[in-house]
Design a protein around this ligand. Structure first.
Ligand SMILES: Cc1cc2nc3c(=O)[nH]c(=O)nc-3n(C[C@H](O)[C@H](O)[C@H](O)COP(=O)(O)O)c2cc1C
Length: 150
């Protein structure tokens, strides 16, 4: 494991979170971090637990539900022991739509769950409405700066 490693994981139904994760990963690479971008569906609890730096980018579907590709990982973390995320410095970017009652619920759930399991929140979660490009880009830049200091 490289000391500059950054894991970026995305939960998505139609690709917005994936595009953001890929863009953030690219930016991380040119900022001196060593990024890995992964679909939540393809990641194990063990890999997540061993991440030193973690950015979660996740949309919300249905009525406040996790995207399908995120649900199994979310359940695994929820069932894991307290302390499973010890040593993980994380930040969450939530995608959603204020037209829905449970705005950005999945991202909120990730943010709370990672803290409950011992992770350290290093930047405040951002909840993005549909017009998120500039807002998200600013948060990603700021979060990468923080991650570089860890
Ligand atoms: C059928 C449907 C249900 C949705 N449900 C919610 C919701 O409950 N809360 C929310 O904040 N956004 C909701 N959204 C908005 C999506 O989260 C938003 O469009 C997001 O940018 C999609 O990102 P993705 O392409 O990464 O999945 C919903 C969108 C659709 C089409």
């Amino acid at each position: 494991m490289n000391d500059r490693d950054l894991l970026l994981i995305f939960g998505t139904e139609t690709g917005n979170a994936e595009v953001l994760a890929e863009d953030a990963g690219h930016l991380a690479g040119i900022s001196g971090l060593n990024p890995t971008v992964m679909d939540m569906e393809d990641i194990s609890l063990a890999t997540l637990s061993s991440a030193k730096r973690l950015i979660v980018i996740c949309s919300t579907w249905g009525e406040g539900e996790q995207p399908v590709n995120a649900q199994d990982l979310y359940d695994s973390v929820q069932e894991s022991e307290v302390g499973s995320m010890d040593g993980v410095s994380y930040a969450v970017l939530a995608l959603g739509d204020t037209a829905f009652e449970f705005f950005c619920e999945s991202g909120k759930e990730w943010d709370i769950l990672l803290e409950e399991k011992g992770g350290s929140r290093v930047n405040k979660r951002i909840d993005c409405d549909l017009d998120y490009d500039d807002y998200a880009a600013d948060w990603i830049s700021a979060t990468l700066e923080i991650m570089k200091q860890i």
